[in-house]
Every structure is written in structure tokens, then in C-alpha cells.
Design a protein around this ligand. Sequence first.
Ligand code: AMP
Length: 272
Amino acid sequence: MKILTSPKEAIEFRKTLKGSVGFVPTMGALHEGHLSLIKKAREENDFVIVSIFVNPTQFLPGEDFEKYPRKLEADFEICKRAGVDAVFTPTAKNMYSEDEILIKAPKVKGYILEGFFRPGHFDGVLQVVNKLFNIIRPTRAYFGKKDAQQLYLIKQMTKNFFFDIKIIEGETIREKDGLALSSRNIYLSKDERKRALSISKALKLAAKLSTKIKDTKKLKEEMEKILDVDKLDYIAFVDRDFNYIDKVIPNNTIILIAGYVGNTRLIDNIWI
Ligand code: AMP
């Protein structure tokens, strides 16, 4: 397995590949969620490239950029075992320069929900994914439904900028009890871990009730009854294009939750 540490090296490596390339961008501290995307990429492509880059521009001041888990050696091992051809681990210095041309997330859908509570977050995400797409030039790029709004915006950017890349979505991988896997789960204490479970439980409850109750306000009330978070950022109902909806549309609804358990901000969603 190749370790590529600079964009230049990665571009040169890419030129040597004849066949389809599956690409899985990550921030590392790999878990089964990432692995499911890597496995999918392995099945569907001749070559698989994983990037590991804790991208500074998508963190807001005061967020967890410095303390975000970094486990490069363990990540390499996971990738090797999964049959990854190359891991791209650039530094911020060789990815960014001074006074750059910037990508701006769309004014509405880039600034609601996650974009409202983390203004500018998606500008940073799209900036780095744009760079990564140009460096790796993948045939297919893999993103998790866990980050539903991110997935939507990346699809949008791919269309708007005419990237010849197929965006493939992966199902959210969960612990046995339902907690969505996240690199940030390691921040949770035992008690917080227990209370974090109320997020996936509330989503499951809403999904179940939604076969009878379509009114999203009513569903939200039921979810709030069982949610045990310290600060709720939002419960939201959107269609697959991230338009807010008042009534559940079968097969075209995403229910999203974001909130803090202790100091840890968690997000989760369910597609119904
Ligand atoms: P991250 O390292 O958190 O930036 O995530 C890298 C990719 O893995 C993104 O496309 C995420 O949506 C995806 N991902 C993160 N957690 C999960 C999960 N529990 N299940 C499936 N995909 C995930």
C-alpha cells in the first residue's frame, strides 16, 4: 500500500492507474462506518484510494480541530487489511496556500441545519473535497448518509462544477444498540454514551410513528419526550433535496437530529 503525503505525489500516482478508481475521503480515526465505504469502493473499482486529512478549514474557531482523534498508524493497518491501494495523507501546508480562491456553499442549503449551527463549515468541506477530487480524479467517490447534508451538498457541487465523478452513498453503520458510529464517540463518558443513545432511539421512534402520523410537528414532540441531550441544536424534517417539509413524504423524508451530550456534538439521521 502506497502512502502519499503531498498533492504532487498523489497526482503522479494517479497517472499510473489504468482502470476505475474508488475514492473514500475521511478525517481518519477509522471505524466500521469508514470501513463499509472502503469495502464498497473495493468491490466496485479496480483501485481504491483513501484520504486521511483533518481539514482545518471545516472547523470553526472553538471547535475540536486540535483534539480531533488522530490515529494514523492504526488507520494505515485498517486500510492495508481492506486492500486499499493508496492512502493520501497531506498536510494543511501542502493543501492550502495564502489568500486562496474559495468555494462557497450554496446560500440556502449550505447555511441551514449544520450550516446554521456551524456557519462556514460546508464552505470548508466543499473547498477540500474540490481539491481532493482534482488531485485523485476518482471514477466513484464514497460518502456516508450519516452526514446527510454534506452528502447532498457534495452531489450538488459535483453537478454544478461538472465533475465527471459518480457519488456513491453508504448506509449509516451503528453499534449493536443503535448509536451511529462516529470518530467523536470516544469523547463520551459512560453516562454520556448512555444518553447519546436517545438520539438514535428518537429517530427510530419517529420512523415507526410516521407510518400513522404524518404531521412533522407532532412527530417532533414525540421525539423530544425521549431525547436526553444537554443541548438540542435541531430536530428537522426535510425531503431528499433538503427542503423543509411539514408532512412526512414516504420514501422522500430525512429526519435529522443534532445536539450536545456533555461537550460532544453529535448528529444522526434516518431516511424514511
Ligand atoms: P469523517 O472521517 O467523519 O469525515 O467521515 C468520512 C466519511 O465516512 C464521510 O463520508 C462520512 O459520512 C462517513 N461516515 C462517518 N460515520 C459513518 C457511519 N457511522 N456510517 C457510515 N458512514 C460514515
